[in-house]
Design a protein around this ligand. Structure first.
Ligand code: SAM
Ligand code: SF4
Length: 507
């Protein structure tokens, strides 16, 4: 594509009226003075006050800014221990012992922006640029399916050649791939995307082809920092276009939206408050908060000094605290921890209430196909850092991570039923808040885990998994909710069918 064509495309991306319509008296929902004031006003939290707030989280009610600020300001280590334990309790109430897996698929690293922290930024001349064609998207999908994945998140740089039409084609291609497994047939059943903000018309194109969740990270809610790391002459330099990306998605019909911050750009307590205000504004304008919240920590990226020397880099102890407060502040949203983090820390953070993670992750463009070829002895694995966005902390296979979690008593769920049965947006929020969705999911987790064990698990993982499934089946029989109507009978029949090789049946 010519440089001129890219420039013309850039000019028409931002639609000012699709920002202005969400403002209140010309103002957005991030009031920095109020955030700093609330943090300062709640800087000496009282033990009883903190415990009362924890009770509110346990009732699965979203916390107020004042309550969230109070938790963020706790200094007593014993009180933090109580907060970690409550985080896990809240997670168990809403999501039980399940963990959902996904695989990111990097489709393109062409990008018109110049974010100071990212290996894909336009001025990074070391980066080898590449965009997958549709055949390559299918090959990558096959490789991902071979690991046992059922959910994918497609990731794109912002560029005319990876516009909404290209994204829609990639989503269709991913859904179209079916691949024979040991006993059944594998496929991706839910495609989420992480992509730059778009207009409502473009978002509708993604809705039409069956997008799952639309994820956009604000990176930082602090306006001065945002301006410093995103040059003003780029699309990403427009803070408000990004701030309302998910409001536009809601208006386009995409009601599962995902927010996030790139931790390490600014003060972590401020950013947690930003995520909370984002949640509150989505709830206020659409009645639904975020489906998930992400908290990637900035990791070293090719050619980015900021990614290693920012004064706001978050250490492991503070990372655990911020995830815990998010768990307590927005009890109904999923929390995503990624393979950016090292194995040991990921294990620890999952235990304060995360619900989703990735494994077998490859973040180079074409990375899954390359890895598969290397595994089959055709060529050396391409570990070229200049085709990647940043460095991963945990490169273990899906099988290994599933086994580790199963040993900890956590069942992997590949369930995508909620979304395919229309349990999205306000419907799923209601079910999550009343802790009902978790019950359907418990059944579907077992069904999809059965599929995984029969189709993909190694003998070691299968052995651990079988023990876990037996325990789950016993528990299910004892839960009064399941004794109502035909639910338990249907479940037992579906389980038998799946064990006999039938696939993709769910409650
Ligand atoms: N280009 C789109 C955008 O910026 O929204 C989507 C793709 S971008 C590759 C996805 C996310 O990667 C960004 O939102 C950012 O939070 C994250 N990211 C960028 N550089 C990173 C780094 N050095 N470490 C960790 N995450 C990073
Ligand atoms: Fe481009 Fe996104 Fe990377 Fe920024 S974070 S340079 S927009 S790919």
């Amino acid at each position: 594509m010519s440089e001129l064509a890219v420039k013309d495309w850039v000019k028409q991306v931002i639609k000012q009226d699709e920002i202005d319509k969400y403002l209140v008296e010309g103002k957005d929902f991030i009031d920095e003075d109020s955030i700093v004031g609330t943090l300062n006003d709640n800087s000496r939290p009282d033990k009883q006050q903190v415990r009362d707030i924890l009770q509110k989280s346990l009732r699965i009610e979203r916390l107020s800014p004042e309550e969230t600020a109070t938790l963020l300001q706790v200094t007593d280590p014993d009180l933090w221990e109580e907060m970690y334990a409550t985080g896990l309790e809240v997670k168990k109430k809403v999501y039980d012992n399940r963990i959902v897996f996904f695989a990111p698929l990097y489709c393109s690293n062409l990008c018109v922006n110049n974010c100071a922290y990212c290996g894909f930024r336009s001025e990074n001349k070391n980066e080898k640029r590449r965009i997958l064609n549709i055949d390559e998207v299918r090959q990558e999908t096959e490789a991902v399916i071979s690991e046992g994945h059922k959910r994918m998140i497609a990731v794109y740089g912002e560029h005319a050649s990876s516009n909404a039409d290209y994204m829609a084609e990639t989503i269709k291609a991913i859904y179209s791939v079916k691949k024979k497994a040991r006993q059944g047939e594998g496929a991706i059943r839910r495609v989420n995307i992480n992509a730059a903000p778009m207009s409502i018309a473009d978002l509708k194109k993604l809705w039409d082809v069956g997008i799952g969740t639309y994820q956009v990270f604000q990176e930082t809610y602090h306006k001065k920092t945002y301006a410093k790391v995103h040059p003003a002459n780029t699309l990403k330099g427009n803070y408000r276009w990004r701030l309302y990306a998910l409001h536009r998605a809601m208006d386009a019909g995409i009601d599962d939206v995902a927010i996030g911050v790139l931790f390490g750009l600014y003060d972590w307590r401020f950013e947690v408050m930003g995520l909370l205000y984002h949640t509150i504004d989505l709830e206020r304008q659409f009645g639904i908060g975020p489906h998930t919240i992400s908290f990637p920590r900035m990791t070293p990226a090719s050619g980015s000094e900021l990614s290693t020397n920012s004064k706001y880099l978050v250490n492991d102890a503070d990372f655990k605290k911020l995830v815990t407060v998010l768990r307590l502040a927005v009890p109904y949203s999923g929390l995503i921890i990624t393979a950016r983090e090292k194995a040991e820390l990921r294990k620890e953070i999952i235990q304060v209430g995360c619900t989703q993670t990735d494994a077998s992750t490859k973040i180079g463009i074409g990375g899954y196909t390359e890895a598969l070829k290397a595994l089959n002895g055709f060529k050396q694995a391409d570990q070229d850092e200049n085709k990647q966005q940043f460095k991963l902390g945990d490169t273990r296979s899906l099988d290994e991570v599933i086994r580790e979690l199963a040993e900890m008593g956590m069942i992997t769920s590949f369930c995508t039923a909620g979304y395919r049965c229309g349990r999205t947006g306000d419907k799923i929020m209601g079910l999550l808040k009343s802790c009902t969705e978790g019950k359907f999911c418990k059944l579907n987790a077992v069904l999809t885990f059965r599929e995984y064990l029969d189709d993909y698990a190694s003998p070691e993982t299968k052995a651990v998994g079988e023990r876990l499934i037996r325990k789950e089946m016993e528990e299910i029989k004892d839960i009064p909710f399941f004794k109502k109507g035909e639910l338990l009978m249907n479940f037992e029949e579906f389980y038998r069918k799946i064990a006999d090789g039938e696939r993709d049946i769910y409650i």
